[in-house]
Design a protein around this ligand. Sequence first.
Ligand code: UD1
Ligand code: UDP
Length: 356
Amino acid sequence: MKIVTVVGARPQFIKAAAGSRALRREHTEILVHTGQHYDPNMSEIFFREMGIPAPDYNLGISGGSHGEMTGRMLIELEQVLMKEKPDALLVYGDTNSTMAAALAAVKLQIPVLHVEAGNRLGTLSNPEEVNRIVTDHCSRLLFAATEDARSKLEREGLGERAYVVGNIMYDSFLHFADLPWEPHILDFEGNAVTVPKEYYYMTCHRQENTGTDEPLTEILLAMNSLDAPTIYAVHPRNHDRAARIKAKEGLQNVILTQPVGYSDSVHLTKNAKKIVTDSGGLQCEAFYAGVQCVFILDYVAWPETMVGNRNQLGKPDREDILRKLSAEQTIDPNYHPFGDGHAAEKICDILRDVTL
Ligand code: UD1
Ligand code: UDP
């Protein structure tokens, strides 16, 4: 089959690393990068470090409002699909790139394959939720990471197209977690950061937590008062805000870094005391690594992780975060809800059996 895969944002590169490797063993893949994430440490570093094939197209579309970005992608992606005439379009996750590609393909009657289908927070106030719902309803095949995600698809009348394959991010995590680690972590000035023996690892970039100073300030004040430094790998959209809050509040115990590469992120996760994040992917990686996590959002993203205090919902509130961080973890070590790390192969097996 000829498959066009569309990626655009950091978590999709990480998923495509596993996906492209497996797909290309038996299919022709055309890789399209929308350009949504474009800084070298948000994009190029993942292609290089994870051996992702170079994109056949880079549309260079980023920034602007959600509607504008999605609309521009839709126009350009339609052109690519009309030219390439693929047998199917494959997308990952829930970004604007995901939804734009699914819409472009379904309008051209090209079957859409959605990897990481069925995740739901239960609120349309989250921008990614809109992308998930639209993409799932445009898709011919839905590859769910967990049984819970599949059951949500069933509730929306999509059960017959859904398959549980495990979490494709787990494929990439297992591969990189076992490789040796040489940290390449830079602060905002470009100086190398020495990783402390004991530290907390944090990422925080969601609109809900970083759109104004208040929530991010609360989160950083909580981290600053802990018994070890926090390494905060900052998304470029929060660079200025994070630097300003650190200076204003005198946060000596918080180390601000540029976005890190995947190997750095995985190893920072594995070796952290605990993790605080609003990232969908990082909370799962914390789970795989057996490291406790506080997920700062009002809604559960991965219910499977919310077991025995391994992962807890937290508010952008200093006291709440500190209370959650002090809870003990009680979890059955044999509990593995995310598959066996071979999601990409399972997707290929299903593609062999199903007529699109
Ligand atoms: C997107 C995804 C989100 C994911 C996040 C991080 C959507 C709706 N959301 O949000 O699910 O968690 O990526 O992976 O698609 N910017 C840069 N350099 C870059 C990339 C972005 O400076 O390389 C800045 C730009 O000013 C841009 C802003 O960050 O306007 C926001 O980027 P955008 O892609 O719109 O959304 P994310 O917050 O990254
Ligand atoms: N990640 C990374 N470098 C960073 C921060 C995160 O490689 O500086 C990785 C992280 O380990 C996880 C993924 O990026 O694999 C999560 O992506 P992100 O938080 O951007 O998006 P989300 O998961 O929220 O969709």
